[in-house]
Each structure stands twice: as C-alpha cells, then as structure tokens.
Design a protein around this ligand. Sequence first.
Ligand code: KG4
Ligand code: ZN
Length: 338
Amino acid sequence: MNILAVESSCDETAVAIVRDGREVLTDCIASQVDLHRIYGGVVPEIASRKHMEAIYGLADQALAQANLTRREIDAVAVTYAPGLIGAVLVGVNFAKAAAMSMGKPLIPVHHIRGHIAANYLAYPELEPPFLCLVVSGGHTMFVDVRDYTQMRILGTTLDDAAGECFDKVARVLGMPYPGGAALDAMARRGDAGKYELPRSKSGENPYNMSFSGLKTAALNLIHHAQQVGEELDIPSLCACFTAAVSDTLVPRAVLALEETGYRKIAVAGGVAANSRIRADILAAAEKLGARVYMPPLKLCGDNGAMIGAQAYYEYLSGNVADMSLNAYATKSILGEAL
Ligand code: KG4
Ligand code: ZN
C-alpha cells in the first residue's frame, strides 16, 4: 500500500511516500528554519504562508522522485494535530483535496504517533509492545506503546517541553534558532560537573516531569553572570544543562522499563537527537538488558515519512476520515481533546 503523507504542523513542509508502513520511497522536506531564525522562533503566519507555497510542488516532487503516478497512490495521510493551527490546516486541506480528487482514503495521523513510528522505518523488526520516550520541541512524555494504535501515557511534562528549554537557553546564549543541536555540540566540550542545576523532583506520578525550574535556574545563572560581569564557561553550562535534562529523563525511563517489564525502549522527537541523552539511555538500558531503538537524526526531527509509517497502521485499524476532518492545535496522543 503506497501512502502519500503530508506533514505541516510547525516549520517544515514535508511530503513523503511510504510503502506498507515500513519502506520510504521518498521523503521530501522544505524547511523554513532559515526564515524563522531572523525572528528567533517560529512566526505562525509566516509558517502557514510558506506551507501553502511549498506543498503542491513538494507533492509533485515526491511523486516524481518515487517514479509513481497518482493512480499508484492508495491513500493520503496527514498530520491533523497537534501543532500551529494555521500550519496544520494547510496540510489538512491539501490532503483532503488530494484524497478527494484521487478518490482515495484519507488517514488522519497524530503528530506524536508519527514521531514514535519513525522507529518502524529505522528498525523493520520493531513491533509493539515497547516503551517510548517522546522528547520534542513541544512534547515530553513516556508512552506505553501497547500496539500500533493502542497507547497509554505513563507521564508527561507538567510545564515546558524539554526541547523548548533547550531552545530558550540556547537563545539566551546567542545561538541561532532552533538552538538544541548547537547547544548539544557546545556541551560536548564542557564539564558537566561545573555548575549546579536542579533536577525535576518526582510527584504523585513518578513519570511526570517539570522543566521550567531548570530553565529558570539556567537563565538566572546566565543573567546573573552578565550583570556582575563574570565570564561564564559556556560549554560547561551547556553540559550541565544537558545533564540535568538527561537526569530527569533517564531514571524515569529505567523505572518504566522495570514496571512494564518491557525490554525494548524507543526514543522519538527532535531532542532524541541529543548525544548525551542518547548515550545515557543506551548505558542505562544496557544495564537492564533492554534494547534501545533510536531513529537516525534525520528521522528524529519532523518529516513526512514518519506520518506515512503510522498512517499504514491507523488505516489497518480502521482509522480513516471523511471530508469533515478538521485540524487541531492540541489533542492528546489518545485522540482526546485537551
Ligand atoms: O520533533 P521536533 O522536530 O519538533 C516538534 O515536534 O516539536 O523537535 C524540535 C526540537 C527543537 O526544540 C530542537 O532544538 C530540538 O528538537 N533538538 C535538539 C537537538 N536536535 C534538535 N535538542 C537537543 N539536542 C539536539 N541535538
Ligand atoms: Zn515534531
């Protein structure tokens, strides 16, 4: 089954064609990052306009690269939530028009389910059940992936997403948007023991997390140094910040593996590209004898292929939409309104 998949929830317009949920025939992306960088973050109106400009050409490019005609497309999939509402709407309306004109089924895909499914592309042998740590610019959560479309949220961040904090700290340090990858590179040269930063404490639900205290502490440290004219060791600050994020995520991942009894942990989302977090998860999982699944960096960020992968399983479980499909800025991974 060839699925044409559309993703436009933030600042990448992406159209991919994926066969049977596992084989990427083509994965076309038009990134807007350079444009938004001027403003230090994503400007929603600009994102929507640029999606509109790029999406038709990208779909034609995807078909040409896969050497397929429209008739050889069996379904159209699209991210319908969550994201910047204007941006998601562009993708949803395009996908509706494409599905209708080709007379093919329309498959709605939750963006975070797509991030999880990036693992199916990277690891053809991976099948649920498994534990997934989702860490992106907008989400941080532990998901019990019981089946391809049956999930349970073990815990989430109660405030900021990990990626948001990476970007904010990076921005204050003068790194260009989105600063996560630059902060990661800088951290590799630093001493992770030099500055003391807080770790998220466990509340009633041991899987829930908080990152706003860490973000504020890091920003205060930077501002205080600027005010008193003290020179900060930037690589070490980056290393300490990254270590604090990792120390929040990894023990919870270990607990979840122990409690679920799973011996498979996948990571998903842009922050899953972080070198320290990857290394810490690998080391912790090895101690438990658990296998770690980490998509290559290209599949960690937003892309259309991950939407096409999840769409196949949504379709198999009967999840198809009609022309009344709407876009949603927020919606839980379980499909519930938030
Ligand atoms: O999943 P994603 O592409 O978009 C959302 O769905 O949110 O994640 C983007 C986030 C940004 O915050 C970016 O700074 C972060 O992923 N990121 C990283 C790294 N690479 C990307 N954060 C930490 N270390 C990295 N190497
Ligand atoms: Zn994403």
